[in-house]
Design a protein around this ligand. Structure first.
Ligand code: NCD
Length: 318
């Protein structure tokens, strides 16, 4: 009988939380993606239920709006047999002035096993993780990190292209404010992809070359020969000043349309974390072109990746 674990000790995930991609090794990432791959087919069956998290409790604590991420954590938890509670910040004591830490400690006193947190401040989820005894998952903190988004993007790329290493990936748009871009840059670099960022000069992060990417302000130049075009939403909620002259001009220069896409590889895939703003960062027909756009595949992969993350973190729970 072969009792060897599918992953060696060195690839085992040793962290109690998932706060970012920053401290993950290539082996950690492959471990999560391999496990997630197994859930894709299971999620297409009539019976999607498992019992591996039976008795466990997951609390979704979202201080920012969300459709995909919150729902997919909820589905992931429920499909694995956990009890899932979505705390509605808008109708909670947060509105009476309770601090993040007091809210976290209150939730912690009810013995949850997982808290999934989205917060507008970079670093808030990290801070919270020190105050609780359960596993904490970062579902997006300010413009810092959104690790499960990068993992689901990687799973989508792996399923569609069979590999990540060596692919040319262009991340285009509001890179400055995007936690999705930051987590993706970290993950794609770790996995050996060639990463480019394309943005108007006002929406590039400071010292972008330090991120280990090639930097372009001309989208036509940046997109040339790419395998993957990852479009980003303009994060207007994080902008205090005018970063772009007008939406019309932005779409003209940095929006993805048929003509610009023609400069990428003929089989280049279009990705977008959602929500998409049609006609701002992406032409509406391209967003719906199922031969090129994998935006809805990304949503499907999101549930599988979150199941894998919950399963892996559950091994470290008491
Ligand atoms: C992203 C986010 O919230 O960071 N959305 C998501 O999780 N799918 C991107 C965005 O809001 O533009």
């Amino acid at each position: 009988m072969n009792n060897k674990p599918a992953h060696s000790e060195s690839s085992a995930y040793q962290h109690p939380h998932l706060l970012g991609i920053e401290n993950l090794s290539r082996e950690n990432i492959n471990h999560i993606l391999d496990l997630a791959e197994g859930y894709i087919e299971k999620n297409r069956q009539i019976d999607k239920k498992h019992v591996i998290l039976k008795g466990r409790t997951l609390i979704n604590l979202f201080y920012e709006n969300s459709t995909r991420t919150r729902m997919s954590f909820e589905l992931a938890g429920k499909r694995l047999g956990a009890d899932v509670i979505n705390m509605s910040v808008a109708t909670s004591s947060v509105k009476k002035g309770e601090t993040l830490i007091d809210t976290a400690m209150t939730i912690n006193a009810m013995h949850p096993d997982f808290i999934v947190v989205r917060h507008p401040e970079s670093g808030a989820v990290h801070l919270l993780s020190h105050k609780v005894n359960c596993a904490v998952i970062n579902a997006g903190d300010g413009s810092h990190e959104h690790p499960t988004q990068a993992l689901l993007d990687a799973l989508t790329i792996r399923c569609k292209k069979g590999k990540i290493k060596g692919l040319k990936v262009a991340i285009c748009g509001d890179v400055l404010h995007s936690r999705v871009a930051r987590s993706n840059i970290l993950l794609l670099n770790t996995m050996g992809a060639e990463v480019r960022i394309i943005a108007p000069p006002t929406l590039l992060p400071p010292q972008p070359e330090k991120l280990g990417v090639e930097v372009f302000t001309d989208m036509r130049e940046g997109i040339k020969g790419c395998d993957i075009i990852m479009m980003l939403r303009l994060q207007l909620e994080r902008m205090e000043n005018n970063f772009i002259p007008s939406i019309r001009e932005y779409f003209h220069f940095w929006g993805l349309d048929k003509n610009k896409l023609a400069l990428a590889k003929p089989d280049a895939l279009i990705m977008h974390p959602g929500p998409i703003n049609r006609g701002i960062e992406i032409d509406t027909k391209l967003a719906d072109d199922l031969n090129r756009s994998v935006i809805l595949d990304q949503v499907e992969m999101g549930v599988a990746v979150r199941q894998a993350v919950l399963e892996i973190l559950s091994h470290r729970l008491k």
